[in-house]
Structure formats: C-alpha cells, structure tokens
Write a protein that binds this ligand. Structure first.
Ligand code: ADP
Ligand code: ZN
Length: 299
C-alpha cells in the first residue's frame, strides 16, 4: 500500500491504495495554515499505519516547489504568493513522522505520473499534463522521465500575444499580469467577465476567448516539446465543450505546419481529458509514493 497527498492551494486530498481499482482510504480537508494542514495529513497516515503498513508516500504539491533531492530546501514550497505558505518545508515533517520513503513533485508532474501508469498517457514517453484551475500549470514526461531541470517547468507563466483592444483585461498573475495563467486560469475568467467560470453558459463569448488563449499556449508547448499527447485537467476543463473549441483553434493556429496525423486528423485523441478524471491528482500522488518505494528498493 502507498500513501498519496494531493496538496492543493484550496484543499488537500490524502489517500491510501495501490492503484485506481484499489483506493482503500481517502480524506479531504481545506488548506489552512501549513502546520495544521500538514499535521492533518500526518494524522491520517499514522492512523492507517496503525493497521496497514505503507511502503511509500508521495506528495504532489502546488508550487513553485524545490524538487531537487540534493538541495537543502528539497521538498519545500518556495515562492508561492499564497499567504503563510512561502518557504515551507512540506516533505520534511511527513518523512520524519511516517518513517517511509517519501516522493515529492509538483501537482502536475504527479498527475502526469498517474496518467502514465494508469490513464491517458499509458505507453507514451513524451507528453504534457496541464491543469487549468485556480492556477494554470504544466508538467509531464520527456523520454520517459518526469520533467525536471533547473527547477521544474513553469508552463503557466509563458507569455502570449495579448490583443488589448479585443481583451482589455490586464490579467491577474502577481508576477507577470498577462502571462498564460494571468489570462486563462479560473480567476481570469471571473476577473474578466464578473462571473465565476462555472456560471458562464457554454455559448458565452468567454469560452471562445478562453479556447483562443488555451490554444495559443498549447501551440507553444507543441512546438517546444513535441509531445505525443496533451492531457488537460483542472476545474475549468470540466467545461467539456472547451475541448472541441481548443482542438479546432490549435489546428488553425498551426496551419498545417506540423504534419502528423495525430494533429491533422486525430486531434480528438491528441488533446484529451485525464483518463483518471477527477482522481488524476490523488492517484498521481499515490504513483509518486510507489515510485519512491521502488527507488528505495533499487528497482
Ligand atoms: P484547484 O486549482 O484549487 O486545485 P480546481 O482545479 O477545481 O481547483 O480549480 C478551481 C477553479 O476552476 C476556479 O477558478 C473555478 O471557478 C473553476 N471551476 C471549478 N469548477 C468549474 C466548472 N465546472 N466549470 C468551469 N470552471 C470551474
Ligand atoms: Zn505569471
């Protein structure tokens, strides 16, 4: 059995299991202070450990984080604008309390690993996983390994063409204003249209502009990464009507340049929702726990 912590800016989900068909225990609670929230996660896993041994625990965290195991701040949440959560050691207290191997990565890399093991990225070695929710983030794999480098990808903060006449909304990113996240994550929809994203009806002009921004970002990711598939999750993507709008815009922006049938003919299977649905995040965290256990065993 493995534990998983999906640490979100709004809520935490903790679960214990071995895969999508076998999630034994699960709990969810709002994200408050780091001490109280991380403490609740520890309490949950300790209660499970009293009767069920855990071979590893995975943490898939909102970011930015330090994912570099040799760094003195490995497992920390770093420069987040979320009050109280900057420079917080997320992994350390959990590893100390539970005494098992603890894997740690971004929420989107966690979800990508889960999708690779059990979902829409099975059999692929280079793909992107994006979430469009309270923020906009991306991760995934290159050549079969989760994307790391200098830090981890910050796909949500790429810069896009912004036609200020057509869209005078300045964007909400505290660092960049109108980066991709600033223009296209859930709070941007609310800031621009004065309605929560979930309240905007499918035919509303908001969704055509949203599909335009999402497609612009995807075209950049396609050109830089050459992913074999792009998986899009998060609250905003629950609007299923966005998928056909995005796919069509991606095709028209690429304008026939990338000549692969996946894009020109079978784009419905190229830009897709998570195979694990709403559970991609927490199952991804369990997958990180499984990977940590495997790494500790040297397998
Ligand atoms: P988080 O990013 O905190 O993990 P979500 O992925 O649910 O959580 O993202 C929350 C954002 O998604 C909010 O901005 C909310 O307005 C938007 N959202 C949530 N559900 C929907 C929905 N059904 N349709 C459109 N937008 C949604
Ligand atoms: Zn930004």
């Amino acid at each position: 059995m493995f534990g998983g912590v999906e640490g979100g800016g709004t809520k935490f989900v903790c679960a214990v299991g071995s895969g999508p068909e076998d999630v034994r225990y699960q709990i969810s609670f709002p994200t408050t202070t780091p001490e109280a929230t991380i403490g609740k996660a520890i309490e949950f896993f300790r209660a499970v450990q009293a009767h069920t041994p855990l071979a590893g625990v995975g943490i898939a965290s909102f970011g930015p984080v330090d994912p570099e195991p040799t760094s003195p701040t490995y497992g920390y949440i770093t420069t987040t604008p979320k009050p109280g959560w900057a420079q917080v050691d997320f992994r350390g207290p959990i590893a100390a309390a539970l005494g098992v191997p603890v894997g740690f990565d971004t929420d989107v890399n966690g979800a990508a690993l889960g999708e690779h093991r059990w979902g829409a990225a099975r059999g692929l070695d280079t793909f992107a996983y994006l979430t469009v929710g309270t923020g906009l983030g991306g991760g995934g794999m290159v050549n079969g390994r989760l994307m790391h480098g200098l830090l981890h990808p910050e796909m949500g903060h790429i810069m896009l063409p912004h036609d200020w006449e057509a869209d005078p909304y300045a964007g909400y990113c505290p660092y960049h204003g109108d980066c991709w996240e600033g223009l296209a994550a859930g709070p941007a929809l609310e800031g621009r249209w004065q309605f929560k994203a979930e309240q905007l009806p499918p035919g509303h002009p908001a969704w055509y502009l949203e599909a335009h921004y999402l497609a612009l970002g995807l075209v950049n990711i396609i050109c830089i990464l050459s992913p074999q598939r792009i998986i899009m999750g998060g609250g905003v993507m629950k609007q299923a009507h966005l998928f056909p709008k995005i796919r069509q815009k991606v095709q028209s922006l690429l304008n026939g340049y990338v000549q692969k049938a996946e894009i020109t003919q079978a784009i419905d299977e190229y830009i897709v929702a998570p195979g694990l649905g709403d559970r991609a995040g927490v199952l991804g965290a369990i997958a990180l726990g499984q990977a940590a256990a495997e790494a500790a065993r040297g397998t």
